[in-house]
Ligand binder design. Sequence first.
Ligand SMILES: Nc1ncnc2c1ncn2[C@@H]1O[C@H](COP(=O)(O)OP(=O)(O)OP(=O)(O)O)[C@@H](O)[C@H]1O
Length: 313
Amino acid sequence: MTLTASPGTTDRDTADLAVDLDGVVKRYGPVTAVDGINLQIRPGEVVALLGPNGAGKTTTVDMLLGLAQPTEGNIRVYGRKPHDAVALGLVSAVMQTGGLLKDYTVEETVKLTAVLFGKPPSTVGEALDRAGIADIGKRLVGKCSGGQQQRLRFAMALLPDPELLILDEPTTGMDVGGRHDFWQAIRRDAAGGRTVIFATHYLEEADAYADRVVFVRRGQIVADGTASSVKALASGRTVRATLPGALEEDLRAIAGVDTAEVRGDTVYLHGRDTDSIARYLLTSTPARDLEITSRNLEEAFLTLTADDAGSTR
Ligand SMILES: Nc1ncnc2c1ncn2[C@@H]1O[C@H](COP(=O)(O)OP(=O)(O)OP(=O)(O)O)[C@@H](O)[C@H]1O
């Protein structure tokens, strides 16, 4: 069974891919950190990598950045080996920590980075603008909040104007407001067509900001699609309706219903094909006030990444 919900990518268009991981395996001695990942990402996609601790997200990111080599399989980033893509400035990363000097201002930090990477001074203002920190250019880095420091790292990563931006758990430790501002800046920038891949533990971030969500468990992809399609695939939907006098055993007998619950006059029917459940209720019973809802991404995540979850791909 496959839970892949994305439209997928055919062999024909692999030459135009931003990222192509083909049968990628990474072993560290007896540990298999990545266990046969196939993943194709098109230019302009914003993709979240989600998975529990130790799932293999950071290892995948490290391989995309050329910091680790696959034991088996092949990786291409804009048609090149990751190391070459990074050297050409096609790829930049925003990592979680490190790399900032507290006694410099925000603007000085970006200027210094531009000089180090041989970028013209004109790139500095644009990077500050795009990262949404032009107004705090004169602030000392040491006085910036965690969220502002992350947007500064984002500005630095933008200097080469990369085609692909990779973020490994970029908002860990930030408060809600900081996370919101950070993602607003990323989304605004991505609207211009930049490809973005981010690893996160925050399910709601994947739900809110990614076009596509890739769930990883034990080094393998267990689901891949839009947040809503993954939610639906992973956990089905629920039809709620008003149906006085209904019995759970009768409801469970309706085609497509996995579980049924009666609370007073309200019934909750859970299943994959909620359209046909709703059709049945409306045509064959006096049910009214129908409502169909998806479970949230957190529940889908728990279902898909549970240790007893079956192999789905
Ligand atoms: N350099 C290494 N040497 C040995 N084992 C490693 C190394 N790097 C990662 N691993 C192991 O590979 C597995 C995947 O780790 P990885 O850091 O990629 O997971 P992750 O999904 O990023 O987890 P987290 O969310 O905790 O960051 C883990 O079992 C980890 O212990």
